[in-house]
Design a protein around this ligand. Structure first.
Ligand code: GLC
Length: 415
């Protein structure tokens, strides 16, 4: 579970509100003065994540607005100096461990609060008439020290950190043309990554330092095939929102349905990827009911179907239309996105499957191979292409978000 939480939960209109509304640091300070998350209970976050089937949580230690959730020695712009009055990262880390989840930190490379972070095309002050004079005293070398120092704190003071999600570089992308980019040279990414690995040798780091990382992070889209880099498959994880906003957005009701979220999860796994699904807790620190409902719906499905997800990946067979395959060992999982009338035809699987059942209730389904030469006649269907395996399904679609068939492949047919 991805968690975007910070001062922007108070305006409650997107975590980029400072950029969108070109808010100055002074104007934004009203949220700093009123950040009082009296309902913050990371054990509840952790339970919601775990019950949804998630294995780790990634929380914004600092987002682009520069506000820090931990008691950093390098800034006053931190939770301890708000009405919250305490380090919010310590209880988070403890809660995850207590609930058996791995610990992830998101950390923004961008910082719209730091006085040395130069104003570029993505900065809230980009349209200020005096940008040049505002920039004149700024020194990215000092910001770089701050960035490295804060990452050092985060990776030294909270025990084992399993995952670090940096965000983000924009030096060499098209957006840099109008944003005026920053990238690996600005962050000194090579040195930063070396420090990260030294402090936390087992950590997984994402790819947004602008240099290769451990995991590729498509955002708000689903890759349509396994992701490759230089001809090799890469580890990837799509990060997705529930409603288009990462931070709590009160008036945004554009929630994806539970069915859609599950189809996105399945689709990702079928292409060798994972899903990092986000919630944006409120300014009081709780996860709002709309988001909890989505998580609960996913959890309901996962409780019956997680074995088609955990440890599973792409299958070497081509799925029929409206279905996705995942495979783990000799089990092939057919996720049926659109429930057909009685028969599902699986190309190339004839002779390869020894048993099949619905995963939700382990009820047997029958397999048949229709003679390819058979002619259609009244109630007799015509043949299927050679090699097709046909599964006979009940008329009633199982009452689950995405029905799954579990096929036991004959040993020799695994790939
Ligand atoms: C983006 C956005 C940001 C969000 C992140 C999640 O790069 O800047 O607000 O935190 O993606 O992946």
């Amino acid at each position: 579970m991805f968690v975007h939480w910070g001062l922007y939960a108070l305006p409650a209109r997107h975590e980029w509100v400072m950029n969108y509304e070109e808010t100055t640091v002074e104007e934004y300070s009203k949220y700093f003065q009123r950040f009082d998350p009296d309902l913050y209970d990371p054990r509840e976050w952790a339970r919601a994540a775990r019950d949804a089937g998630m294995k780790y949580v990634v929380l914004t230690t600092k987002h682009h607005d520069g506000f820090c959730l931990w008691d950093s020695a390098l800034t006053d712009y931190k939770a301890t100096n708000t009405p919250a009055g305490r380090d919010l990262i310590t209880p988070y880390v403890e809660a995850l461990r207590a609930e058996g989840l791995k610990v992830g930190f998101y950390h923004s490379l961008i910082d719209w609060h730091h006085p040395d972070f130069t104003i570029d095309g993505v900065h809230p002050q980009r349209n200020a008439t005096d940008v040049e004079s505002l920039n004149s005293g700024r020194d990215m070398a000092r910001y770089r020290d701050y960035l490295h120092g804060q990452v050092r704190e985060l990776l030294s003071n909270y025990g084992t950190v399993d995952y670090l999600f940096f965000d983000f570089s924009y030096a060499n992308s098209k957006i840099a043309e109008f944003w005026g980019g920053k990238g690996p040279d600005d962050w000194d990414s090579g040195k930063l990554l070396a420090m990260v690995r030294e402090l936390q040798p087992g950590i997984v780091v994402n790819d947004r330092l602008g240099i290769p990382g451990d995991v590729t992070t498509p955002e708000q889209y689903q890759p349509t095939e396994p992701m490759m880099l230089d001809g090799e498959p890469v580890t990837w994880e799509a990060c997705q929102t529930l409603n288009g906003s990462w931070g709590y957005h009160r008036d945004n009701n554009n929630y994806k349905s539970v069915d859609l979220l599950i189809r996105m999860l399945v689709d990702g796994v079928s292409n060798g990827g994972n899903l990092l699904l986000n919630v944006g807790p409120t300014g009081r620190g709780n996860i709002d009911p709309r988001a909890l409902e989505s998580l609960a719906g996913i959890g309901e499905w996962m409780a019956l179907h997680s074995r088609s997800i955990y440890g599973a990946g792409p299958a070497p067979f081509t799925a029929p239309a409206d279905a996705r395959y995942t495979q783990r060992g000799n089990r092939l999982y057919v996720h049926v996105f659109a429930w057909p009338f009685e028969y599902l035809h699986l190309p190339g699987l004839a002779g390869k499957v020894e048993y099949a059942q619905l995963l939700n209730d382990a009820s047997e389904v029958f397999l048949q191979e229709v003679d390819p030469g058979q002619e259609a006649f009244n109630t007799i269907p015509g043949g299927q292409p050679p090699g097709t395996l046909t599964v006979k399904l009940p008329i009633q679609r199982p009452d689950v978000a995405v029905p799954v068939l579990e096929l036991y492949l004959k040993e020799a047919s695994r790939d």
